[in-house]
Design a protein around this ligand. Structure first.
Ligand code: DQA
Length: 147
């Protein structure tokens, strides 16, 4: 794949998890929509969800060896805690777009700091599942850009 979409902990529960905050769209819905959009441009996309920090780090490290061109990541709870996942993204040096369903700046103060945003190409927060579609448009634009 040329685009990797990474989903952090508890995002496997999307659709039923705190729907007032995260909406009713499931991770499978999000993946199907992104896959269709990428296919229209002839671009391969892969999605990976893990509830474990090490699982996400291993996937990022593998992406470095696979030639993934851009990552779209919602680190979920690890957004606010994981130096190690940040370090993995910095290590592989693959550009990434950070996505949050909710507006993390309108929530508890502990959610208002991200260990990822200063390294990200850009950040989308608060637009629900649509945020992934917008991130994918940006990722496809990045791939089309002459290197
Ligand atoms: C989240 C926001 C995080 O604070 C939270 O821990 C999540 C999801 C979001 O998509 O809005 O699990 O990343």
């Amino acid at each position: 794949a040329r685009i990797l979409v990474l989903h952090g902990p508890n995002l496997n529960l999307l659709g039923s998890r705190e729907p007032a905050i995260y909406g009713r769209t499931t991770l499978a819905d999000i993946h199907v929509a992104m896959e269709a959009r990428a296919r229209a441009d002839g671009v391969q996309i892969e999605s990976f969800q893990s509830n474990s920090e090490g699982g996400l780090i291993d996937r990022v490290q593998a992406a470095g060896a696979e030639g993934i061109e851009i990552i779209i990541i919602n680190p979920a709870g690890y957004t606010h805690t994981s130096v190690a996942l940040r370090d993995a993204l910095a290590a592989v040096a693959i550009p990434f777009i950070e996505v949050h369903l909710s507006n993390i700046f309108a929530r508890e103060s502990f959610r208002q700091h991200s260990y990822f945003s200063d390294l990200a190409v850009g950040v989308i927060s608060g637009l629900g599942a649509q945020g992934y579609e917008l991130a994918l448009e940006a990722a496809l634009g990045h791939i089309r850009k002459p290197q």
